[in-house]
Design a protein around this ligand. Structure first.
Ligand SMILES: Cc1ncc(COP(=O)(O)O)c(C=O)c1O
Length: 460
């Protein structure tokens, strides 16, 4: 909102506190600065208009302490599996305010969600709505639902939307080419859009998605859904993209979503809730600009506060990413073809990142060597696979030594929860919360026995 002043972000934890954490809990480990999570939640939540509700997407990090903190501060939950739903309930979120998203929900998951009176289920197709309808009928319920829709227009850098196809020339047009020309070329579709940061998706299969239903099919699917008596259509869910740093991209995409909702409303569908999903990004290196929350809030206020809808946001990364650190030790240092490698007591079984992120994650520090001269070093893990690279060509101290403690920042989202936990049977790291100057263990390091707990050994 205009004139909004944000609470100051808490000071980052000191090197002394981080060293104390390793001494106390060993390495590798994850550390989470709870004050920063509180601060991110407060700044975003305060910037939202009255008709918005902020949900925490547990897929980003389902650690109970982090999730509970956000529940206590007023977030609702978004879950994408029964496992996450159980985590949300254990964290203190009311089931009635929880949104269940995601493709391929099983009958058991849907039944449990209904048993606990979950608030909203986002169905991915009329088929899924029919399955849910049957399960709700058996319980004598009428379950509120949203339908997930894939819009015709998506953000320019959307990673899963593929390239646009020029309808006149049938030529593939990439995101950095003239967007307006492409839009005009495809204007025979009945979609409309509002901003310059959207592009029409390819209609030849490249823009296909496993999520939701295509915008062009939405009305047909909704007709089928509205004929079901044990689900009650409340609105639509349209996920834009993850890790968006320019707030205008989200705003453009969301205006397009609101236009879709109005069109569907005018066709007689009950659209009262719009779920925009997640998407606010965080900087992963020093050249990324931080997401402008006050400007974003002002735009939401100006554009959406008078709309006749309730809006849901499901944020993950923005709320928890910057609060998380992965702290590990250097086990080996070597050179290959003139390139320096640091091998960690850790790796992608603890912190898996997509190839794009391997080049981006450059918020690093080596404890006690913060002012040393640096040189490019590839940080690799201890797994017997070349994919185990955590950061490529990171700038690490020239005087790096075996035993040094490396801290990789911005790992609080999609770190622990996205990792290749069972690869090579190294225990999962401990998780520790930083609360002021206190350190609290919030998940113990896993034990070797844990790998074998549910196995049955057949004797020969
Ligand atoms: C349905 C849904 N909601 C919310 C999120 C959270 O997105 P983010 O972490 O970008 O805020 C995701 C992430 O993939 C998602 O798939």
């Amino acid at each position: 909102m205009p004139g909004l002043t944000l609470p100051l972000a808490p000071a980052p934890p000191s090197a002394a506190l981080l060293s104390q954490a390793v001494t106390q809990f060993g390495a590798p480990l994850y550390l989470y600065d709870l004050a920063l999570i509180e601060s991110r939640f407060a700044d975003l939540n305060h910037s939202l208009p009255q008709n918005f509700r902020l949900h925490y997407a547990l897929k980003a990090n389902s650690n109970l302490t982090l999730s509970h903190l956000l529940a206590r501060r007023g977030a609702a939950a978004e879950v994408s599996s029964l496992g996450e739903f159980i985590a949300a309930l254990k964290s203190g979120y009311p089931a009635e305010e929880t949104v269940f998203t995601g493709p391929g929900k099983t009958n058991d998951e849907l039944a449990e969600a209904l048993n606990y009176h979950i608030g909203l289920i986002v169905v991915e197709s009329a088929n899924e709505a029919r399955r849910l309808n049957q399960i709700a009928a058996e319980r004598g319920k009428q379950q509120p639902i949203l339908l997930r829709i894939n819009p015709q227009f998506r953000t320019l850098n959307s990673c899963d939307s593929g390239c646009a196809i020029d309808a006149k020339t049938n030529r593939v047009v990439h995101a950095d080419e003239n967007f307006k020309a492409v839009s005009e070329a495809i204007s025979e579709t009945n979609s409309s859009h509002n901003g310059d940061t959207l592009k029409p998706i390819a209609m030849n299969g490249q823009g296909a998605s496993k999520f939701g239903v295509d915008e062009a099919q939405a009305a047909d699917e909704l007709l089928q859904i509205q004929s079901l008596s044990h689900v009650r259509l409340q609105g639509i869910h349209v996920f834009t993209e993850s890790n968006v740093l320019d707030y205008r991209q989200l705003i453009d995409a969301w205006q397009n979503t609101v236009a879709i909702a109005h069109r569907l409303r005018s066709q007689g569908f009950d659209i009262n809730i719009i779920d925009f999903g997640g998407g606010i990004g965080v900087p992963y290196n020093s050249v990324d600009a931080a997401f402008d929350v006050p400007a974003f809030g002002a735009a939401l206020q100006a554009l959406f506060s008078h709309e006749p809808f309730h809006f849901i946001l499901e944020m993950g990364r923005y709320l928890v990413c910057e609060a998380g650190m992965y702290l590990t030790e250097v086990l080996d240092i070597k050179e290959s073809q003139g390139k320096r490698f640091a091998i960690l007591n850790g790796g992608v079984h603890h912190l898996y990142r997509t190839p794009a992120m391997q080049n981006a994650s450059k918020f690093l520090r080596v404890l006690g060597k913060e002012s040393s001269d640096t040189m490019p070093t590839t940080i690799a893990g201890q797994l017997p696979t070349p994919i185990d690279v955590v950061v490529r060509d990171a700038l690490l101290p020239v005087d790096l030594e075996i035993g040094d403690r490396l801290v990789i920042r911005n790992c609080g989202a999609y770190g622990f929860n996205h990792s290749l936990t069972n690869f090579a049977l190294h225990p999962a790291p401990a998780e520790v919360a930083i609360w002021g100057d206190r350190l609290e263990l919030i998940r113990a390091r896993s034990r070797y026995e844990d790998f074998f707990q549910h196995q049955r050994l057949i004797q020969f």
